[in-house]
Design a protein around this ligand. Structure first.
Ligand SMILES: [Zn+2]
Length: 77
């Protein structure tokens, strides 16, 4: 399980968690849009393209996130 904290539009950061890899890759965000499911929220979308401008804390796990997400038909159909 990978965990990221990202800055949202409000004061409180959002928590993004990712698990599995390839076909089993799943990613969730605690923001209102993320909790609805379906489309990725903007925080998740940014992370998945390697945009770390809203990321709080170390970026060391970004490479691992990209590795796990590659091969996911939900992200790169
Ligand atoms: Zn979000």
């Amino acid at each position: 399980m990978l965990r990221f904290q990202v800055q949202g539009s409000g004061k409180a950061p959002h928590s993004i968690t990712a698990e599995g890899e390839g076909p089993d890759f799943r990613i969730f965000c605690s923001c209102p849009a993320g909790r609805k499911g379906g489309m990725f929220c903007k925080q998740v979308a940014a992370l998945l393209v390697g945009d770390v401008t809203k990321l709080i804390g170390p970026t060391g796990e970004m490479a691992e996130l990209a590795r796990r997400a590659s091969g996911s038909p939900r992200i790169y159909p």
